[in-house]
Design a protein around this ligand. Sequence first.
Ligand code: 16G
Ligand code: MG
Length: 557
Amino acid sequence: MNEQQRSILLQSASRFPPPPGVKFSYGTAGFRADASLLESTVFRVGILAALRSIQTGSVIGLMITASHNKVSDNGVKVADPSGGMLTQSWEPFADALANAPDPHSLLQLLDDFVKKENITLEGAPVAEVLLGRDTRPSGMSLLEAAKQGISAIMGASARVMGVVTTPQLHWMVRAKNKGVEASENNYYDQLLTSFRSLLDYIPQGNNRNNVTDKLIVDGADGVGGEKLEQLKTRLGYLTIDVRNYGDGVLNEGVGADYVQKEKVVPRSFGPADAGVRCASLDGDADRLVYFSILSNSNKIDLVDGDKILSLFALFLKEQLGILNGPEDAKANKSYHASLGVVQTAYANGASTDYLKQLGLEVVLTPTGVKYLHEKAAEYDIGIYFEANGHGTILFSDTFLSWLDTRNNELASTSKGTDQHKAALRLLAVSKLINQAVGDALSGLLLVEAILQHMGWSIHKWNELYQDLPSRQLKVKVVDRTAIITANAETTVVRPVGIQEAINTETAKYPQGRCFIRPSGTEDVVRVYAEASTQEAADNLAHSVMRLVDQYLGYSSS
Ligand code: 16G
Ligand code: MG
């Protein structure tokens, strides 16, 4: 690092002193905290993003959001060149950077890191970082801090994409690095074109009669509602009534997280909407759940991420089957695409059973998008979803290029046949779904297209299987990091003995299943229990909560 670079870094870092006594950690979803504490952290993540861009020779993304958290919080996370999450190997550096107490120790850290990672700062390196933020009022000044961080690295430039959904920013990074135009309009064009082609290939007779064509969407009073308002004017085939599009308080009694956890109607919905197909986005529009309101009640029938996953898996399996018709198998033209499904331990047991019954390979990973995404990328078609509504579909390059070729062959030999249409549908899905990261807007359009394809109402979809009753609780303990889990968080290995105690408790309940894990976003331990009745699930969760208290609580030494 030359002298000029050093002095720029020292000077700019001195304008962003870290708040005293706060420890930052780049958790499952980047840094999150009360917005008033975050300026120095965001400035430093700006530096990190610029370095990552120099190292990879690619465009990097930096998103300012705290998703479904309260409006006074904010956060920052980095998108890697593929559009996915920042590589896990840089997370310890992110932590160290955010916690460096003063400009000189920051400089020392940077010096060591660029040496270790062979990042060359000499001789006009080129770096570009795309910046986005959600609708939080604190986003503007934090965006400014990020810009200052980026420009503290010589040669690096920031490109402000403005208020965007988290998945839009990830999509833009991915597109840019593939050499594709990456504006917001390009994003909408791609979604709309592929959505329309899916509707164009709906089998005759299956159309729309069984589907109420009205959809009501809860925008969580965040960026997703605002964007959907823009998108819907171009949708044509679908009538969407967007509520909570930014006129109320972000995430307060609204949004996918609230609806999924509380299982009650969000604000601005009421008895008049009973039975109608409804969906809910989270604050930065990377989660999506559906629901329908029960008559004369504020309760809902939840159609969660597991059911979205099941709908996608069913459709893709069917289309692959049509494409690899029996003649092709004989003629050796079929390609045995591996289709895999990735869930976490939070997936309802009934969904896992259903997917296995479909003959699919189901794998569990620990909680957190980065783990699911990484696993799903091992398949030709990998579908991943968390029960909370975050998920997407990944297509391998090998499969997509085979599919392209096969589609061209079919277009010349058997245009318009079912087989040809299956190829076209699969291609359309690969363009409609955001392969960078889970995306509520693109996911919503895919759900809508598949429901129309099947001629299904939300009720029919919900009947694919019946969820087992479940209960989630959280427990405050002395030190949640004392819990070490294994087997995708389904087994506790430390403290010793607690897993046996959980097993004994669980065995008392028919269809009982229970696990505990330390939260990655809150200072609590989470308990999840499932059983054949709601009462049993509640009882199991409460007994295991007492075990957690006993082994890790304030009363224990
Ligand atoms: C974050 C994760 C989400 C996970 C949740 C778990 C990302 C982008 N987001 O929101 O996938 O489900 O944390 O929270 O990875 P918890 O650790 O507090 O239970
Ligand atoms: Mg989110």
